[in-house]
Design a protein around this ligand. Structure first.
Ligand SMILES: Nc1nc2c(c(=O)[nH]1)N[C@H]1C(S)=C(S)[C@@H](COP(=O)(O)O)O[C@H]1N2
Ligand SMILES: [Mo]
Length: 519
């Protein structure tokens, strides 16, 4: 085979490996976050770092096609690098793989440094590069065997060896190419499904609340540096669920059914639900897996329809004591029936979160929000069915896995500032955090320094009894190392327990304790 032909084939193998890398990275990104796709992450990063004049020239040249131009440009760059990697791997293995990994490191770096990224954003690039490297190694190896077989032909083997090597090479290339195409199609199809769901979501006109929540008191937010905001934004709100792939539900297809021990079954669609009188409520959602001091807790303004109204219409039968809610993806939660029927509790089918239709990851189009219960026994996202039943007859997803069948939230507190391990200056130091006892309310927070006397902190204004409350304690800090603890007391007189208890089976207990050095 001619040198030229060898190099041409090696270059194509580089392009094939790059295609595998990009396609698989894009598919994995659909499970992590669309923004973590290697090509898009690098593109977004380039947009951020190029000087203003380059951007303006690009816009002047390509107009609104500037982003397409950028992606085409990046594609060309990737192609050049891929050709180089293919030839290098063929001639000087493992240098081609080194080039591939090097480009991967840059792309992964671009991905993790995106706004809102987490370490998981490395995964699409890492997995893509790993697969690309395997393809590059394997196919260049097959090419080498084939060309060697042609060169080595002895009279006896007479072409047979060369023919088998050729077949091996073609099989490897065709297999990898087919895989790249299939993976690429799957990734794009999934991405299209998400954008379709997002387009539908963005077009929704939310109804005005018939029962609006009272305005949030200005004094609810202390506005201290390092203290989380009293209302959590949608993009910083914690997310916990078993969904590997966020369900994408078309509201036009969505139906909620109420079945089981009821006088009459009920079925309602999304538009019918939106047409009902909506209640607005502020409530703090929390995960039972939240460790002491953890951040699996968030507070939002919800808009929705009271669950009790639909339950009353269905007419629960005597003997029923539980509602098993099921999500589109088959997850279940067991919620006490009396809690859902409570006239004084805003348990709702929520359609909006902080003034927006529910984000896909937070349960679009409809989820449950039940003040006072941990999420695993109440906050069903993508909810599609409520079965009125009995605790004796049905069990929920997490109950089977060792968690309690009931999960009222425990009175607790957290210290946000100073951060544990920090050094602060002597003098007045604001020690501040949150306390919560959803649906009971917070009566006070006490702080204790170095195991001394408990002293009261100042509470910010409460939004309502269903929300967490900020608190602050002006500490006169003296030089040395200190241990600070916080303890909440709820409006029913219940005091946060200081004896450490693990999160399983029904929520952590203990004081959040931090250590700081004062200089
Ligand atoms: N469909 C579905 N809903 C779910 C879950 C789930 O795994 N699947 N997890 C629950 C748990 S354990 C919690 S703590 C809350 C978290 O809600 P968030 O992700 O909106 O913060 O959702 C609840 N709803
Ligand atoms: Mo949870």
């Amino acid at each position: 085979m001619s040198r030229r032909r060898e190099h041409l084939l090696a270059a194509l193998l580089g392009v094939l490996a790059a295609a595998v890398t990009v396609a698989l990275g894009d598919l994995i990104a659909q499970f992590v976050d669309a923004g973590s796709s290697p090509l898009f992450a690098v593109g977004a990063w380039v947009i951020d770092i190029v000087p203003g004049w380059v951007k303006e020239t690009a816009i002047a040249l390509f107009g609104t096609g500037d982003k397409v131009a950028l992606l085409v440009g990046l594609g060309l760059l990737v192609a050049i690098l891929a050709v180089a990697a293919g030839i290098l791997e063929y001639r000087r293995s493992p240098w081609g793989v080194v080039v591939l990994v090097g480009v991967g490191v840059v792309a992964a770096g671009a991905a993790v440094t995106r706004a809102g990224a987490s370490v998981n954003w490395i995964l699409p690039t890492a997995i893509g590069v790993a697969a690309g490297a395997i393809v590059l190694r394997m196919t260049t190896d097959r090419l080498r065997r084939w060309t060697r077989a042609i060169a080595d032909q002895t009279p006896k083997a007479d072409g047979i060896y060369a023919a088998t090597s050729r077949r091996g090479f073609i099989t490897a290339v065709a297999g990898s190419a087919a895989a790249a195409v299939l993976v690429g199609i799957a990734g794009r199809a999934m991405s299209a499904a998400t954008s379709a769901a997002n387009v539908v979501r963005e077009a929704i006109a939310l109804p005005k609340p018939t029962t609006p929540a009272p305005p949030i008191p200005a004094g609810a937010e202390l506005g201290l540096r390092g203290l989380s905001a009293v209302v959590t934004s949608n993009d910083t709100f914690y997310r916990i669920d078993t969904a590997l792939q966020v369900p994408r539900i078309d509201p036009a297809q969505w139906k909620l059914r109420i079945v089981g021990l009821v006088d009459r079954e009920i079925e309602i669609g999304y538009d019918e639900l939106l047409a009902l009188p909506m209640t607005e409520t502020v409530a703090t959602l929390m995960c039972v897996s939240n460790e002491i001091g953890g951040n699996l807790i968030g507070n939002a303004v919800w808009l929705g329809y009271p669950i009790r109204e639909l339950l009353k219409k269905a007419g629960p039968k005597a003997g029923a004591d539980m509602v098993l809610s099921t999500s589109q993806d088959g997850w279940t939660a067991s919620t006490p029936l009396d809690v859902l029927l409570d006239e004084k509790r805003d348990a709702i089918f929520a359609v909006a979160m902080n003034g927006e239709p529910l984000p896909l990851a937070h349960g679009f189009p409809v989820r449950m929000v039940v003040p006072g219960l941990y999420g695993y026994v109440s906050a069903t996202k993508w909810v599609t069915e409520l079965r009125v039943t009995r605790f004796a007859d049905d069990v929920a997803y997490w109950t089977v896995r060792g968690w309690s069948d009931r999960g009222p939230i425990k009175t607790s507190s957290r210290i946000d500032v100073p951060r544990t391990g920090k050094t602060v200056e002597a003098g007045t130091v604001a020690v501040a955090g949150f306390a919560w006892a959803q649906h009971t309310g917070i009566a006070g927070v006490d702080v204790r320094i170095d195991g001394g006397e408990w002293v009261p902190a100042r509470l910010a204004d409460a939004i309502n009894a269903d929300t967490w409350v900020q608190w602050v304690y002006e500490w006169n800090a003296t030089a040395g190392n200190h241990v600070i603890e916080a303890r909440a007391t709820d409006a029913a007189g219940g005091e946060q327990s200081g004896t450490p208890v693990s999160v399983i089976p029904n929520g952590a207990e203990g004081y959040h304790t931090i250590s700081v050095s004062v200089a």
